[in-house]
Design a protein around this ligand. Structure first.
Ligand code: ADP
Ligand code: ZN
Length: 221
């Protein structure tokens, strides 16, 4: 199964993608996670991307193209993948299509997780991330069992520097400017499935799983 997740920051793409990748045994490709790893390691890419990320802006397309094409040259994508955080604008959708063409791949479904602004801001401003395994928690919606400690690996939890209210608003604005062209693009290809993702993470996950099953069955006949 090859899935693209679209949706605003805070729609729960990361949370859902991690769970789906585990249950479907496919690769999880999160461009945000790859970038943050590069920033942490101080790579050239990380140094170039850091400032854009902290301001809530998109990292330039050329940097992203190179990063994505490197990621798609790794063997694990053969078992299928869930792409979370890319494409984010129309040019990136075209780049992705090129990468797919070169590798004889096609996407099976594009799941558009939609959320209202109020929910997004509430989720992002309370989000906590594990510094070791990357798992997401939320101060009130999904609190860790022990304060500041990851349930899964006991790593310490932190708040992302771009999860400040002002940066959240900027990220939302950037997202809204770009998303309609992507929605149209995948709708025209008959690949787009929209889900309202304001509810509980478990409910949204069940809905996505139901969609993948339906699609899987229809591909078999
Ligand atoms: P969110 O979707 O919650 O904003 P991500 O973790 O997906 O968070 O991305 C964090 C930041 O990384 C973005 O604000 C942006 O600066 C950068 N980034 C991630 N993916 C892309 C992309 N496809 N193109 C450009 N920048 C990206
Ligand atoms: Zn952890």
């Amino acid at each position: 199964m090859r899935i693209i997740l679209l949706g605003p920051p805070g729609a729960g793409k990361g949370t859902q993608a991690k769970k789906l990748a585990e249950s479907l045994k496919i690769a999880h490709i999160s461009t945000g996670d790859i970038l943050r790893q590069n920033v942490k390691e101080g790579t050239t890419l990380g140094k170039e991307a850091k400032d854009f990320m902290e301001r809530g802006l998109l990292v330039p397309d050329e940097l992203m193209s190179k990063m994505l094409s490197d990621r798609f040259s790794q063997a694990d994508i053969k078992k299928g993948f869930i792409l979370d955080g890319y494409p984010r604008n129309f040019a990136q959708a075209l780049t992705l299509e090129e990468i797919f063409k070169q590798r004889n791949l096609d996407v099976d479904m594009v799941v558009y997780l939609d959320s209202s602004d109020a929910v997004i801001i509430q989720r992002l401003s309370g989000r906590l991330v594990c510094s070791t395994c990357g798992a997401n928690f939320h101060i009130t919606n999904m609190p860790p069992k022990k304060n500041g400690i990851c349930d899964k690996c006991s790593g310490s939890l932190f708040q992302r520097t771009d999860d400040k209210e002002e940066t959240i608003k900027k990220r939302l604005e950037v997202y809204k400017n770009e998303v309609s062209s992507l929605i149209k693009y995948y709708q025209d290809k008959n690949k787009l499935y929209r889900l309202v993702a304001d509810g509980d993470a478990g409910i949204v996950l069940n809905e996505i799983v139901a969609l993948t099953k339906k699609l899987h069955d229809s591909l078999k006949v």
